[in-house]
Design a protein around this ligand. Sequence first.
Ligand SMILES: [Zn+2]
Length: 81
Amino acid sequence: MEASVLSETNRTQIREQLLARQRELSEVAQAESRAVAAALHRLDEGHYGVCETCGAKIDAKRLAAVPCTDQCQSCAAQANS
Ligand SMILES: [Zn+2]
């Protein structure tokens, strides 16, 4: 490869975009990892599948779709509104 097709300005901008994306992915992975650890803890403690907000049993379909969830559909919907 000879001279880059990118100007120095483009290279800097692309580097910043890539680094921002890397940070974003790292934050998502860390949040997911924390959620998994918390779900494992709930499983060990015997209250996996119980809504942390209202104490109701979380629907099996919801748990299958979102295994790390600590809220029932109703509480999750309220939290997101
Ligand atoms: Zn609930």
